[in-house]
Design a protein. Structure first.
Ligand code: FAD
Ligand code: NAD
Length: 396
């Protein structure tokens, strides 16, 4: 048929927002839209630190895609993308092929290991529902193992590599969970160590120093040890090697040292930096007028020429802009330039504690924690309205 085919890869923040906008803005029979995702659910990545530590149920961090999109307007295909072929305008799935006129790539990033030996094999990542269920079970299992081999205190040492926002949010939750686990397994809390290792001269490099100081104090009070200015050099089955060869024994290493673009992007032949495509002002891959790249796979520069950090906030805005430009392309109307508008940054430090900068002001403690809840609820509202807020929202 002559109806243009739009294929959206990935139902993350970028893919879902593009889909929701398209189903609202496109007229009947104006385009054929297909959304492809590995799972039949969308996961709320920004909540994953909680189920990873076991302070929340993983079910609260995922939503069935059928509850989000209108399947009369968008075809959903549950499959894994294995190759993108821009030269043929095709996408190869594990179980089939799709051809497209417009392609939107929202496959999310991958853990960046910087080639550090052993990290890929022996460390765990906070990435998906499956990866956080593994972390949660693994942590509980270490307590059970320790009860059988009480001389193995290394079973009770938990290492988090990287004190970016992901690492900091996770240790906040982990520090809340440990006393619960100690009670459940009859373990003396003083035997447990939570060590956050950060290579840079400060935790949360680049963030407001006063708030960083506050965050470290809150976390230290909860029992976290920081090793700042200390790089992880290697990860082994028995722990990590840091700095000038010091070994820290642990059976649990969670790597939160950074994110890169999806391998499928560079394999497709796009020009990338750390796996990300420097998109044009309309969010398209250079040289490809029909391919949009969103979220953690895109690289957008600020007016000073530095790349913005990849966030859910940005992926969502890009999804809205991308849907607008797809509709405009189909209708032969002018495209709209994408400009990032920061609404601020708020990071949780566990129950009742957070830090943040928003509306040009700094927040910490309970007020910041409340702001974080409000941001989480707002997202549920945007993608699924009041019913989703009531089903998955946390209000306490
Ligand atoms: P993602 O949301 O990662 O989605 C990618 C989708 O593609 C997934 O559904 C995945 O299953 C699917 N997929 C991947 N590969 C394939 C394949 N081969 N075939 C088919 N489907 C595939 N950002 C903020 O702005 N605020 C926050 O508070 C915040 N908190 C965070 C907390 C944590 C613990 C983490 C890890 C990140 C946080 N971020 C936050 C960053 C934010 O989550 C990411 O920037 C955002 O998820 C990127 O969105 P995306 O659309 O690019 O991809
Ligand atoms: P990141 O890249 O922001 O932080 C990684 C940290 O690991 C850095 O501080 C880096 O110095 C450190 N590191 C790198 N190599 C190391 C090594 N060998 N040894 C020790 N430390 C090392 O990654 P992230 O925290 O996963 O965040 C990814 C993106 O998601 C960012 O853009 C972030 O802003 C966003 N995010 C936002 C929130 C929020 O707003 N609440 C929460 C989580 C993530």
């Amino acid at each position: 048929s002559s109806i243009p085919k739009i294929v959206i890869l990935g139902a993350g923040y970028g893919g879902v927002l593009t889909s929701l906008r398209l189903q609202k803005e496109l007229n009947y029979n104006e385009a054929d839209v297909t959304l492809v995702n590995k799972h039949d659910y969308h996961y709320i990545t920004t909540h994953l630190h909680m189920p990873a530590a076991g302070t929340d149920n993983p079910e609260n961090a995922r939503v069935n895609i059928s509850k989000l999109i209108d399947e009369f307007k968008i075809d959903f295909v549950k499959s894994t993308v294995v190759q993108i072929r821009p030269q043929d305008r095709k996408v190869i799935l594990e179980d089939g092929t799709l051809s497209y006129d417009y392609l939107i790539v929202g496959l999310g990033g991958e853990p960046e290991t910087f080639g550090i030996p052993g990290l890929g094999e022996h460390a765990m990542n906070i990435r998906s529902i499956n990866s956080v269920r593994l972390i949660r079970e693994h942590i509980e299992y270490q307590f059970a193992r320790f009860k059988r081999e009480p001389h193995r205190t290394d079973f009770l040492t938990f290492i988090v590599g990287g004190a970016g926002f992901t690492g900091i949010e996770f240790i906040g939750e982990l520090a809340d969970r440990i006393p619960e686990l100690c009670k459940q397994f009859d373990v003396d809390t003083s035997l447990v160590k939570i060590i956050n290792i950060e290579a840079a001269p400060t935790a949360l490099p680049g963030f407001d120093p006063e708030l960083v100081e506050y965050a470290m104090q809150v976390l230290q009070k909860k029992g976290v040890t920081f090793r700042i200015g200390t790089a992880i050099k290697e990860c082994t089955p028995d722990g990590v090697v840091v700095g000038e060869g010091e070994e820290i024994k642990s059976q649990t290493v969670i790597w939160t040292g950074g994110v890169r673009g999806n391998r499928l992007i560079e394999e497709a032949g796009f020009e990338t930096m750390r796996g990300r495509v420097k998109v044009d002002e309309f969010l398209r891959a250079p040289g490809h007028e029909n391919i949009y790249i969103l979220g953690d796979n895109s690289l957008v520069f600020n007016p000073e020429g530095r790349p913005y950090p990849p966030t859910a906030q940005m992926a969502m805005q890009q999804g809205v802009n991308c849907a607008h430009n797809l509709v405009a392309s189909i209708r032969n109307q002018p495209l709209k330039t994408y400009t990032y508008v920061s609404k601020g940054t708020v990071a949780s430090l566990g129950k009742g504690e957070a830090i943040g900068v928003a509306f040009g002001k700094k927040y910490k403690g309970r007020l910041a924690a409340w702001l974080k809840k409000a941001i989480d609820l707002r997202y549920l509202f945007i993608i699924g309205g009041i019913p989703l807020v009531l089903r998955k929202g946390k209000f306490l």
